[in-house]
Design a protein around this ligand. Sequence first.
Ligand code: TRP
Ligand code: SF4
Length: 372
Amino acid sequence: MAEEPRIDPWGTVEVKDYKRLMEVFGIKPINTILPLLEKAGMKPSAYMRRGIIFGHRDMDRVLEAKIRGEPVAVLTGFMPSGRFHFGHKLTVDQLIYYQNSGFKIFVALADAEAVIVRRIPRREAIRIAVEEYVANMIALGLDPDKTEFYFQTNRGAPYYRLLQLFAGKVTAAEMEAIYGDLTPAKVMAALTQAADILHVELEEYGGYKHVVVPVGADQDPHLRLTRDLADRMGGIISLERPASTYHKMQRGLDGVKMSSSRPDSTIFLTDPLNEAKRKLMKALTGGRATAEEQRRLGGVPESCTVYDMHMYHLMGDEELAKIYRDCRSGAMLCGECKLLAWSKMKDLLERHQQRLEEAREVAWSIVDAPRF
Ligand code: TRP
Ligand code: SF4
């Protein structure tokens, strides 16, 4: 039998084979929750309809709880290691979707992880968390009054109590099987992430027993660890396993992983318009070598990063279907298609950047920034 694929959540390798991931780790296809979603009074989001959110664990349990009228929550976290870009927007859009459906939202600012694993200077991690992450999330439409943002290094005794007790519930061999080579920083970051996910079940933080964690597939190792830890805390405190949904991470504009450390691989929501346009116009497409060839053979949207932008962020269902057809048939060439993307993106960025100044002020006023 082939070896289990190991995902390194701190590595740079992309998850490509989503089907295998689902088979090996028991992630269910997202369409299995559609009937319950409807019963819960929610419509499938565009990301679900488009297969970008492709799988889940235990989401059915959370939706059933919601249907019974029990409180439900979403928790996710962001590592403040660079500027906020379109890849992050994908997760924030999901938070807004759940917020509008009545879920309580928690956002962990993973400053501990950024500093100890990514070696981001301490002050810088705090500043980035507030000015880049919190501010951009608010400007995108996440309601600050209904969202609890917190720093991993500034959360309070019951949260740290969990973290300490978790350390006694997992062996080094188990952690190595999940993460590969360990360092104290990685052990600490993984247990901290488990505390992020599970602490909202504690009475001190609202006692939310039905929590869903929307993440990119690369974060699944953390969820597997967290589920085991929840099971093993019995006798001390009863914790439910978290549910999770998994999305395909948007590829970078160069076809490789989106990363703030390679500024041309993505568009930051704070990029000046000319800069954003420059990046979009030179993005890797699925077009052919010559216009003649493209008219004859059509393009390949599946391998086009501009199509990804259309699909993840810019277009409604009908517009998207038309772009797909016109690309495939050769009716539209890449230059035209990029300008179409740009016309939408320009509006989006303009509106966003107008809101950002105020959002920055709000951001500093609502977070409890650690002193050092
Ligand atoms: N490790 C995540 C990342 O690299 C950030 C994170 C911290 C997180 N705590 C979390 C994600 C809890 C989901 C849930 O981006
Ligand atoms: Fe991509 Fe558009 Fe070109 Fe098709 S026409 S390959 S979707 S840029």
